[in-house]
Design a protein around this ligand. Structure first.
Ligand SMILES: C[S@@+](CC[C@H](N)C(=O)[O-])C[C@H]1O[C@@H](n2cnc3c(N)ncnc32)[C@H](O)[C@@H]1O
Length: 284
């Protein structure tokens, strides 16, 4: 693990009330999937969850694990819209876990646990993970050439948890091109160091290398423009609450999140970043 629990708390434990002001009602903190471009953020988030549940071949009888489950938005989707009776999530954030327990959705369970230490009592039928892998390799480790090895350890571990032939609906934010200007580089470094310390977005090639020999890639779609729309909508909603955020959470929180979300919008527009969804099947 590279993002420590303390680093995760920097990213996700600012305050649940803060994130509620600008995420969708279910609190998906990852890209939605805009299929026509005209959808609301809420619709795009449901479409994302549908794609990944289909990739994972989830049925109501499936015992499903969501690795890095955030505030439980996808778990809640599985239980309420797909009729899943047993949906479990793991997260490193205690605030997120408490939030999920407060929602009290029947069939949904969450635990604070590092994925590397997770040992299920019985195998899962399906896995879903939405933008958690960016916490597994730090910039220093990537510089030392460790990225594929760290991601492969994750894919090996996750494959050990499932039944033969099980599927995995996987989504990751990607790093693509490197910007040229000093200001853009500084904004990206700020986002990494201040908002998501310890993390680094993987490159698509690294993921495709790392799934082998544990998972076969059956389908793959990228959705760079969807993430641009998602982050633009988060920024728009956050700015609507500027006065309240400054008063309740302080000026640095508003200013830092404004800079980070504005940088994200540019990052997706200019191809510095993208997002991928993959349907993986366990190789037995
Ligand atoms: C960007 S959030 C995504 C949350 C959620 N999947 C969503 O779509 O809103 C990343 C999540 O990964 C979790 N995470 C990061 N490293 C982890 C680890 N080593 N083990 C378990 N969860 C981890 C964080 O606690 C957080 O919930």
């Amino acid at each position: 693990m590279t993002s420590t629990q303390a680093e995760i708390e920097v990213s996700y434990d600012v305050s649940n009330d803060f994130f509620r002001l600008w995420l969708d009602e279910a609190m998906h903190y990852t890209s939605g999937s805009y299929l026509t471009g005209d959808e609301t953020l809420e619709q795009a988030q449901i479409q994302k969850a549908e794609i990944l549940a289909d990739y994972a071949e989830v049925t109501p009888e499936s015992f499903v694990l969501d690795i890095g489950c955030g505030w439980g938005s996808n778990l809640e989707f599985l239980a309420t819209r797909r009729g899943v009776k047993r949906a479990r999530g793991i997260t490193l954030s205690t605030e997120q876990c408490e939030w999920i327990h407060q929602r009290g959705v029947p069939g949904v369970e969450a635990v604070v646990c590092d994925y590397a230490k997770h040992e299920p009592e019985e195998p899962y039928d399906a896995l879903i993970s939405i933008e958690m892998i960016d916490h597994l390799c730090s910039p220093d480790q990537a510089t030392k050439g460790m990225a594929v090895e760290l991601y492969r350890a994750y894919f090996q571990k996750t494959a050990s948890w499932v039944k033969p032939g099980a599927c995995f609906g996987f989504q990751a934010i990607l790093r693509n091109r490197v910007p040229r200007s000093r200001k853009d580089l500084e904004d990206l470094a700020f986002t990494a160091d201040v908002i998501f310390p310890g993390g680094l977005n993987p490159r698509l090639e690294e993921l495709v290398q790392a799934v082998n020999p544990y998972w076969e890639v059956l389908e793959l779609r990228t959705q760079r423009t969807s993430y641009g729309k998602t982050t633009a909508e988060w920024l728009r909603r956050m700015r609507l609450h500027e006065a309240a955020i400054r008063e309740t959470f302080g000026d640095p929180i508003f200013d830092d999140y404004d800079r980070y979300l504005s940088t994200c919008v540019r990052a997706f527009e200019r191809h510095w970043s993208s997002d991928v969804q993959m349907k993986l099947r366990k190789i037995d």
